[in-house]
Write a protein that binds this ligand. Structure first.
Ligand code: BYC
Length: 469
């Protein structure tokens, strides 16, 4: 289905044929733009940015590139093409035709999940609100803005579903998506990680590596949904999401490469000397990694969850890549959970959050292997590690317990003494912030990060990706 760009809201859902929905969304559009102006990267509203915009929903050639001022970006509603005669792939309704409307009895559960998904999108734009002011290069500045405008579009994707399928309740929820704010003491975003500040670029790269990857897994599981418009929306969002994780993986990789260059140059592994030379030592990289990885683990919810069981049973949310499993009903199967009180056997349906978390952890390891290879090739023995999924948790049975990164339960006193070795502390943040000086000459990089291997869309690295003048 092609995208119609002649309408106020670009779309491939035949919006013009549903006047009521079109009016409701056109009413929401100026509110979105007001929110973007207040909470988005507004210092750059007048600048041309080299951005990609979706022009189709095929995996091949789906985007076009060109200079756009961000407030003029064509945020729209794009669903992947329907799969003919698609059936529900899991749970109690396995094999039945997918739903084109939300079944009445599942309305509030679907709404809750769509609102939770929708809430993360503007939250991340709010978290990154000021990062543009300290960009390490024009290339990175452009990538930040690309991520921001696409998170804005993902908000549109969820708002379309709320307006189109949930009546007045949906419209009210869509308003509230612009009313909650990341880190707001009175009206925060729903999930923990999305209230954490992202005020430096190392955090941004960790966030796009680890937290956007939670997005990948949650979207994959919703792409399995029995509610077909949700499944199709998420399938297309995944196409855009891949670049966000690329920004994270290459961003962290470039920070490491620069540290290794400085280590070689000075012939030292001493963090103080590396810092004094303006690069980020690997121990600090590990602490930032520990923070964002564990915070992102919380985003999967509790290990044993009746919500997860009921979402799976009723066809709302499957497992990522559901087809790779043999049993799609999972009525009898069980799962052994390691809890602080020992092994606990629960029904597999109740353990779906943990099943997803396990797949997520495996996927996280891929980038670590690449980063560690870089370190090894440079001749160093340091190995970056994902901490245990029991460490530094705020959700689930390990929440709030004094566990070390290897997963051992230790005394609270020892934990408090050693936590500064494991998570970024005040000193780390002050140091990392001190490096965040803006570099805007095309092709130049801040001293704490190596240049990327290549530019965007086959352009050179020194292309003027953002016109600041
Ligand atoms: N923080 O039974 P439980 C993305 C709540 S990222 C705070 O343990 P359940 C993106 C939970 O909501 C992907 N609260 O788990 C990335 C529930 O509250 P209610 C986002 C939490 O229900 C980067 C209660 O605890 N998408 O797209 O299975 C940039 C009991 O929950 C947290 C989704 O998450 C937490 N970490 O929930 C931009 C998909 N964890 O309802 C974008 C939609 C749990 O009792 N969400 N709670 O008040 C879901 O599928 C599910 O709601 C959860 C797990 C994955 C969150």
């Amino acid at each position: 289905m092609s995208i119609n760009y002649s309408e106020k809201i670009p779309n491939n859902v035949n919006l013009a044929t549903d006047r009521k929905l079109q009016r409701a969304l056109e009413h929401w559009q100026p509110r979105f733009l007001d929110w973007w102006q207040e909470q988005g990267p507004n210092d750059f509203a007048a600048n041309d940015v080299y951005l990609r915009t979706a022009v189709g929903v095929d995996s091949q050639g789906w985007a076009s590139y060109g200079y756009v001022r961000m407030p003029d970006y064509r945020w729209g509603i794009f669903l992947a093409d329907p799969i003919p005669e698609r059936t529900i792939g899991f749970g109690d309704h396995y094999g039945e035709p997918v739903w084109q409307q939300v079944p009445g009895e599942l309305r509030s559960q679907f709404r809750r999940i769509i609102v939770t998904q929708g809430d993360t999108e503007p939250a991340s734009v709010e978290q990154q609100h000021l990062l543009g002011l300290t960009c390490p290069s024009l290339y990175d500045l452009r990538n930040l803005f690309q991520v921001n405008v696409e998170e804005g579009r993902h908000l549109w994707a969820m708002v379309y579903l709320l307006h189109g399928y949930f009546g007045r309740d949906g419209r009210e929820e869509a308003e509230q998506l612009l009313g909650r704010h990341s880190g707001d003491a009175d009206n925060p975003r729903i999930l923990g990680t999305f209230n954490e500040p992202i005020s430096d670029w190392l955090s941004f790269f960790m966030f796009t590596y680890f937290t956007d990857r939670d997005g990948k897994f949650q979207l994959k599981s919703l792409a399995e949904s029995g509610f077909d418009p949700l499944a199709r929306t998420c399938r297309f969002m995944l196409t855009e999401e891949a670049h966000h994780m690329f920004v994270g993986e290459t961003g962290v990789g470039r920070v490491i490469r620069r540290s290794l260059e400085v280590m070689n140059e000075l012939n030292t592994e001493d963090p103080e000397k590396i810092r004094a030379h303006g690069a980020i030592d690997l121990a600090t990289v590990q602490r930032y990694l520990n923070f964002w990885f564990t915070s992102s683990l919380d985003l999967f919810g509790s290990e044993a969850s009746s919500n997860a069981a009921s979402s799976f049973a009723s066809g709302i949310k499957g497992r990522p890549d559901e087809t790779r499993y043999e049993d799609h009903v999972c009525r009898e199967a069980t799962f052994d959970l390691e809890t602080p009180d020992g092994t606990r056997t629960v029904g597999l349906r109740n353990a779906m959050n943990e099943v997803m978390r396990e797949s997520y952890v495996k996927d996280c390891e891929i980038g670590l292997k690449r980063w560690n290879m870089q370190i090894k090739r440079a001749g160093y023995e340091t190995v970056l590690r994902l901490p245990s999924n029991r460490f530094h948790r705020s959700i689930g049975s390990w929440a709030g317990l004094p566990v070390d990164p290897a997963g051992n339960l230790i005394g609270q006193e020892e934990y408090d003494q050693r936590i500064a070795d494991w998570l970024p502390g005040e000193g780390d943040r002050t140091f990392v912030h001190s490096l965040m000086q803006r570099v805007i000459e095309p092709g130049k990089m801040a001293g704490w990060i190596a240049p990327p291997d290549r530019g965007i869309n086959k352009l050179p690295v020194d292309y003027e990706y953002v016109r600041l003048k």
